[in-house]
Design a protein around this ligand. Sequence first.
Ligand SMILES: N[C@@H](CCC(=O)N[C@@H](CS)C(=O)NCC(=O)O)C(=O)O
Length: 275
Amino acid sequence: CPQTMAAKWTSLGAAAAAGAAATIAIRAISRRSVASSSRLTIHVYDHCPFCVRIELLAGALGIEYDRVVYGYGEGADPTKCGGTGYGVGPVALTGKKMLPVITGAGVPKGGTLGESLEIASFLCTLAPGCAPATGRGDVADWLKKIAPISSKLTRPRLYKMPVKDWANEGDVAYARWKYSVKMGFDYAAAEAATPELVVEAASIISELAPLLKGGAPGEEATLNEWGFSIDDVLVLPVLRNLTAVKGLTYAPEVQAYLDDWCKATGVETYAKDAL
Ligand SMILES: N[C@@H](CCC(=O)N[C@@H](CS)C(=O)NCC(=O)O)C(=O)O
């Protein structure tokens, strides 16, 4: 379960050069939890980057929640998935086999909300501490650049991580069916290409360092000068899933960015189980 971390807004009186007093709201990090009348439940696959967005954000906002982790094959219809899949899983929530989903009293759409960015937007109404997405082109370009390398490195590894997603053998069977048979992903080729992919990924990860414009000494780094934002919510899960890759080195600033936010929000990395 995540610990709580929140951005506390404090006011500082700042003397302007002209002599007029200006009050600037600055963001200082403190730990607190958002007291909510009804506790949220966040339904996730541990390995799902869209789900990690929500856990990071809830943790950053200090929103306490219960966490339900599903087997990746749960809810997949065996007649449509080459005989893989079992049970009901997330389908019981929304009618779709798709996570993340949040549930709870006060949650829009009748108490059950899917789609990570809709969930994120809703969570931002519950507590301060996350700025909207900027649409920064350099961040979008970075995400686009890392995506194909990341999928080749992470797909052969994530299903080997010791998390509940893969507790049932039907979970692994479904994932392998989905990526190979349905999507044409070549596991063997991706694994064989690991040495080159690791070098390429490390180089792209190092390109993220100069994009980190925010974070005073002693605070978590952020993509924007004004603090934690949806931009970070989009980028951090990609870095977190890449921790499943053994031997992949991160530029120090990027390593600290990832580690500090994971620590602050209670999101675990895969570093100790990297393969
Ligand atoms: N647009 C959705 C995408 C969520 C998504 O793709 N989730 C994946 C897990 S990473 C999923 O539930 N896939 C179910 C499946 O393919 O069986 C969002 O942002 O929430």
